[in-house]
Write a protein of this length. Structure first.
Length: 392
């Protein structure tokens, strides 16, 4: 500011004469004003550019200047593009891709490629490829590929696998899992979209096919290649023996032996299991090949019928069916064919009215025999009780 000498003013004040000024003093005042005006800017010359130029001369650390932008970017705490990251009131911030190593807990969701190590607990979901190690507890879902080691607890889904605890060396979303240690599964295991059924096991089909759930099926014939000992539930025999033999036990082992029972042995049984009126003598005993007791007047539903249908069999042995061919004429079919058609067929019976009756047999084959029933007048009739026994 220009220095001016005043003619009047406060008594004793600097720059006040309180007497008329001389011409020289007036000239000095004008000279000082002219010099001061020469250092001033016109208002038209005082532009924003002029102000910016002045600010730049004092900008910097310790200047107290709080600019709105830094390098042309705003400072925000959210994940906003083309901005400067700042912390919110709680000291937190959100961001997109972070290329630095994270040391601490990640409590939010992360989406993208993780190329650095994560040391700390991850309680949110991570979606992306993980090429670095994760050291800490993961309580959210990891839906990308994890190629680094994960040494914490996994309480969420990891790739396509179920919640697991342990260190993973390779884990991909396509289902490939390589574990360096024990893997504990806390939930169900789904393979190819299926949990399998109770009792099934996970079966590998090699490198060219996905594993599947399968049922245990063991063939003893193909699996047992040596003699199965008695103490293991086997016979201890290396061969079955001669055809027709049976297994005989001596109390400690088995043996393959033929059946040899004589009439004398049957008659002289020391246990007394045979009645005293049992057949005696040395003549052989022959068993029946087939037998039947049937009702020729009823069908298999126990209804009276004159149709040519199967008859009601009340009891039988080695008989499949008895077919009514016509009144009083029936065909008996053996369940197991006889060795020869030269057998003996013995038949008896009676009419429901109790009249005298005659029963004959003919048409012998190894699989069937025909039964004919006639009354006392030699007329064919359906009998309510017919008995037949086959020997030979």
């Amino acid at each position: 500011m220009a220095t001016i000498l005043l003619r009047t003013g406060a008594t004793g004040a600097t720059g006040v004469k309180n007497t008329p000024l001389t011409n020289a003093e007036i000239d000095t005042n004008f000279s000082n004003l002219n010099t001061d005006i020469g250092t001033r800017l016109l208002s038209s010359d005082y532009t924003a550019s002029d102000v910016l130029t002045k600010i730049k001369t004092v900008d910097g650390t310790g200047s107290g200047l709080d600019a709105d932008l830094l390098d042309g970017l705003n400072a925000v705490s959210g994940a906003t593009g083309a901005s400067i990251v700042s912390r919110d009131a709680s000291g937190n911030f959100a961001a997109g891709t972070i290329t630095a190593t994270l040391t601490g807990n990640v409590t939010g969701n992360t989406n993208g490629v993780h190329t650095g190590a994560v040391t700390g607990n991850v309680t949110g979901n991570t979606n992306g490829v993980h090429t670095g190690a994760v050291t800490g507890d993961v309580t959210g879902n990891v839906t990308g590929n994890l190629t680094g080691n994960s040494t914490g607890n996994h309480n969420g889904a990891v790739g396509n696998a179920t919640p697991s605890t342990g260190a993973f060396t390779t884990l991909s979303s396509s289902g490939t899992l390589s574990a360096g240690g024990a893997v504990t599964l806390g939930g169900t295991v789904s393979v190819n979209g299926s949990n399998g059924t109770s009792g099934q096991y996970l079966k590998s089909r090699g490198s060219s096919s996905n594993p599947i759930w399968d049922t245990v099926s063991v063939s003893l014939i193909s699996q047992v290649t040596d003699t199965l000992a008695v103490e293991n539930g086997g016979t201890g025999l290396t061969a079955p023996g001669t055809s027709g033999n049976v297994l005989l036990s001596n109390g400690t082992s088995w043996d393959s032996q033929p059946i040899n029972i004589t009439v004398t042995e049957l008659n002289n049984d020391s246990t007394g299991s045979f009645p005293t009126d049992e057949q005696i003598g040395t003549a052989p005993i022959f068993a029946a090949r087939a037998w039947a007791h049937f009702d020729g007047t009823k069908d298999t539903s126990n209804a009276t019928s004159t149709s040519n249908t199967n008859r009601l069999i009340k009891a039988s042995g080695n008989v499949t069916s008895i077919l009514r061919n016509s009144i009083g004429n029936y065909t008996l079919t053996f369940r197991t064919a006889l060795p020869s058609a030269n057998y003996a067929a013995i038949a008896t019976g009676f009419l429901s009215s109790g009249n005298a009756a005659i029963i004959t047999t003919d048409a012998y084959t190894t699989s069937t025999v025909t039964i004919n029933c006639v009354d006392s007048s030699n007329a064919e009739a359906d009998f309510s009780h017919v008995n037949i026994v086959i020997f030979g």
